[in-house]
Ligand binder design. Structure first.
Ligand code: SAM
Ligand code: ASE
Length: 348
């Protein structure tokens, strides 16, 4: 490892070769997750041989041994050899984030990345050439509304909602507390999906009321699959483009602005400006680019994902300030959390 640091990338392109391997590294984790490797190792409570894992998960022994060895190489699993047999066990990180059961599980995020994002990215060349999303080419769908593609079946809707839900396991608390929002009595999370971020808001501001607003089939699925009895948030269905939005002191728009072309964003934000009383506001939640757009790499990659899958883009702070000012909002404040998602607050 150490010689990588001193040797020039021109002598031997270590970083470049590591990037080339990136998609296979992802697929090793995704495949182990889909096969149930992390769930089995967590349940077993003791180290298992490749043969045992292969038998339990109905795979070839040879394939499973190579997969497990790659995961050890990537420091996601651990191995010890007893009487000449390699016995594999999970790391703490794998148990917490890759197995299904834990409250911090990113299983649903992995499934969506593997089964939907990965095939879409196979068409990145065309997305860049054409400057438009690849839903039609990838999934054989009519190129109408982007959410018609995202929600093309009940199964896909559940998977997408699982992805959306899992992001807030990691970033939800930081977003809810990025600003002191306790002065906003009624908070409405527009396009709030499963209610995961809204619940973090309700936890952080127990004296405010928090409502999730989303399309009717999404609200129905959220209530069926993602809600507890005595839920801290309310649900209301509607369409934020073609209909009215409920009255609120604060509108939350998490990963909404980055989905759409600028004219649609301006139309939606203008609607919110008109619905706000003076002192009311909007909280945008997005993965924000640096002002010079030279990073973070995650946000740059997310922006390409918006090209491949949606109709929008990621923006630097001035991009958000500019569209907010255009419709009349002022006092735009930006909070970088240092995690994947950042917060932008503006008031009327
Ligand atoms: N805010 C959630 C989050 O960050 O986890 C979900 C973001 S997801 C990218 C976009 C959300 O907007 C979806 O839940 C989708 O159903 C919702 N949505 C899309 N078009 C909508 C519309 N016209 N009216 C209301 N909700 C809409
Ligand atoms: C959206 C967010 C996402 C719409 C489609 C999406 C994400 C994946 N597909 O608003 C989440 C973040 N991006 C990636 C690449 O995981």
């Amino acid at each position: 490892m150490a010689e990588h640091l001193s040797q020039s990338e021109l002598d031997y392109p270590f970083k470049l070769l590591e990037y080339f391997n990136g998609f296979r590294v992802s697929k090793v984790i995704f495949s182990a997750c889909e096969l149930g490797v992390f769930d089995l190792l967590l349940k077993a409570q003791e180290p298992l041989s490749a043969q045992h894992v292969a038998l339990e998960l109905s795979t070839s022994e040879d394939g499973m041994e190579r997969l497990l060895d790659a995961l050890v190489g990537m420091e996601i699993l651990e191995v010890e050899t007893t009487d000449g047999t390699a016995l594999y066990s999970s790391s703490d990180v794998a148990n917490l984030y890759l197995a299904k059961g834990s409250g911090k599980s990113l299983h649903d995020m992995i499934i969506y990345q593997s089964q939907t994002i990965y095939p879409l990215w196979n068409n990145l060349v065309d997305a860049v050439r054409e400057g438009k999303n690849q839903n039609e080419k990838t999934f054989g769908l009519p190129p109408e509304d982007i959410f018609q593609a995202v929600y093309r079946s009940e199964e896909e809707m559940l998977k997408f909602m699982g992805l959306m839900n899992s992001s807030w396991i990691l970033d939800g608390h930081d977003i809810a507390t990025a600003f002191n929002l306790s002065c906003f009595q009624k908070i409405v999370d527009l396009g709030g999906c499963t209610g995961a971020l809204a619940r973090e808001m309700a936890k952080a501001y127990p004296s405010s009321s928090v409502t999730v607003f989303d399309l009717p089939p999404v609200v129905e699925t959220a209530q069926k699959h993602f809600c507890q009895e005595d839920d801290a948030v309310l649900f209301q269905s509607g369409d934020f483009f073609s209909g009215d939005v409920p009255p609120a002191d604060l509108y939350v728009l998490a990963r909404i602005i980055h989905d759409w072309p600028e004219e649609k964003c301006l139309m939606l934000l203008k609607k919110l400006y008109d619905a706000c009383k003076p002192g009311g506001g909007v909280l945008l939640v997005e993965a924000m680019l640096f002002e010079n757009r030279r990073g973070p790499v995650t946000a740059q990659i997310f922006s390409l994902n918006m090209l491949v899958q949606m109709e929008g883009r990621e923006r630097p702070p001035s991009g958000y300030t500019s569209i907010l000012n255009k419709v009349g909002f002022h006092n735009v404040q930006v909070c970088r959390t240092g995690k994947s998602y950042d917060a932008i607050l503006a008031v009327r």
